[in-house]
Unconditional design. Structure first.
Length: 275
């Protein structure tokens, strides 16, 4: 099933609350996938020039709830603290059967249902959604229909891949792995460049080598049918330079230990935010 098929089946208005980087990326994805701009309503008190430009294409901006028409899907891309303040003003856009798709970290299905009502799908995307290469993990409340789940899948899939889970408790670990994961990869590029400078490379060259190596390796992993461990082994000649480096990275207190601790800490914080 392509993203365009479920988007085409959405009957009514799609409201996007919050059109920052992630919300804007989703909106661009929907329009690229063929969602009629006239069926999109953006609620954003501080719209960017890019969002304002979409008004000329038919996107409605900050239209009051009574003029929104029949709202089929209400997508929340706000920061959790902003949502708590905005929820009373957003609630009039929904009724008890409206599909609600939230991409807010640390905001549970129960708290969303209490604040807004509707039928809630909670999802955790990540920032590569900005280039159509994100991955989101979603979980649906029990009262979400099959058709609504397909609609939510289409709305999320417009910016990348989607995985579904049945246990909402897994979303905290998802947040720690894929939600926060891009920052870990960017940190790898940062530190690889710094290590190159420490080894004697000019700073600009070290930065370019690190950037292109991380980006190219990610693309190879994306395109290859081989798993990460096999790709790593393919680079590693016995007794060679890569093997020498991996003895450090894979040794005691190496990368595995660090990432395990980092993901555990991010998971703990996600659970804490949900309280």
């Amino acid at each position: 099933m392509t993203a365009a098929q479920p988007l085409a089946k959405i009957n009514g208005t799609v409201v996007l609350a919050g059109a920052g980087k992630m919300g804007g990326a989703m909106l661009s994805g929907w329009l690229a996938q063929g969602l009629d701009a006239k069926r999109v309503l953006v609620v954003e008190p501080h719209p960017s020039d890019e969002i304002r430009a979409l008004v000329a294409k038919g996107v409605r901006l900050n239209v009051p709830a009574p003029d929104a028409g029949s709202v089929a899907a209400f997508v929340i891309a706000l920061k959790p603290q902003a949502f708590r303040e905005a929820a009373p003003a957003l609630k009039p856009y929904l009724d008890v059967t409206t599909l609600v798709v939230s991409i807010m970290a640390g905001t549970t299905i129960a708290s969303l249902a209490q604040a807004l009502g509707g039928r809630v799908v909670r999802a955790m995307p990540n920032t590569p959604a900005a280039i159509g290469r994100g991955i989101a993990v979603a979980v649906a409340a029990k009262n979400v229909s099959t058709a609504q789940r397909e609609a939510a899948d289409g709305l999320l899939r417009a910016t990348g891949s989607v995985e579904w889970v049945e246990d909402e408790g897994l979303i905290d670990a998802v947040t720690a792995v894929s939600g926060s994961g891009p920052a870990y990869v960017f940190l790898l590029a940062e530190e690889l460049a710094r290590a190159g400078v420490a080894a004697g490379l000019p700073e600009a060259l070290a930065a370019r080598l690190a950037r292109e190596t991380v980006a190219g390796s990610g693309e190879l992993l994306h395109r290859s049918d081989l798993d990460a461990a096999t790709l790593r082994q393919n680079v590693t000649s016995p007794g060679g330079t890569t093997a020498a480096a991996l003895q450090v990275l894979m040794g005691k207190d190496g990368l595995q230990s660090l990432l395990t601790r980092a993901v555990a800490e991010a998971t703990r914080r996600s659970k804490e935010l949900a309280k």
